[in-house]
Design a protein around this ligand. Structure first.
Ligand code: ATP
Ligand code: MG
Length: 174
């Protein structure tokens, strides 16, 4: 029987061509650790955790009503946390990204779905269990963020995989 709950999150999906470039760059650094699969590269906007399946239509509705402009995301920092997670991040706050994460948080709260209290941290995970980074690595990747999506995180035969439930465009200026 299918489980009644899904592990859900909203995220920006890394465009496939950019994901390939980022992964080729990551692999060229020859870091130790467990690499994130190319298809799994994403930037989480709001993590909802376990939610009843019956809640999905409401989530699709609230996301469809968001009116948030598209933006450019420059990833120019490589960070390693103490737990060994290595990720790309922007060195400057990206207003468009913060607006989108906040708009989602507000809409979820209005629907009675509170997120954890910790502040939003923009990060694109690349590798886990990495013991050390080489010094002076300065990445520079430009990601035109034009849409966002709702995902279910599931356990597949090759580990965690994300199933996109739906995506929505961000507003274009032109
Ligand atoms: P795994 O945990 O199986 O190694 P994963 O972390 O990519 O893989 P999930 O734990 O399902 O998969 O997480 C999905 C996304 O949500 C990831 O971007 C993850 O960083 C983020 N996430 C997970 N837990 C939280 C949390 N408590 N708060 C904020 N974001 C979270
Ligand atoms: Mg996790």
């Amino acid at each position: 029987m299918k489980s009644d709950a899904l592990r859900l999150f909203f995220a920006l999906d890394c465009p496939p061509a950019l994901a390939e470039v980022i992964v080729a760059w990551r692999d060229s650094l020859h870091l130790s650790g467990r690499p994130v699969a190319t298809a799994n590269l994403h930037l989480t906007l709001a993590f909802l955790g376990q939610q009843p399946r019956a809640r999905v239509p409401e989530l699709l509705g609230l996301a469809a009503r968001l009116q948030v402009p598209a933006f450019e995301l420059r990833l120019d920092r490589l960070v390693r946390r103490r737990n060994g997670l290595v990720y790309l991040a922007p060195s400057q706050p990206i207003e468009g990204l913060l607006n989108l994460a906040q708009a989602l948080r507000d809409a979820l709260l209005a629907a009675g779905i509170g997120l954890e209290n910790r502040p939003f941290l923009a990060h694109l995970s690349l590798l886990r269990h990495c013991p050390k980074l080489p010094p002076d690595v300065i990445p520079s990747f430009d990601w035109p963020a034009t849409n966002f999506a709702l995902y279910a995180s599931e356990q597949g035969p090759h580990g965690t995989q994300y199933r996109q439930l739906q995506q929505w465009p961000l507003l274009r200026n032109d």
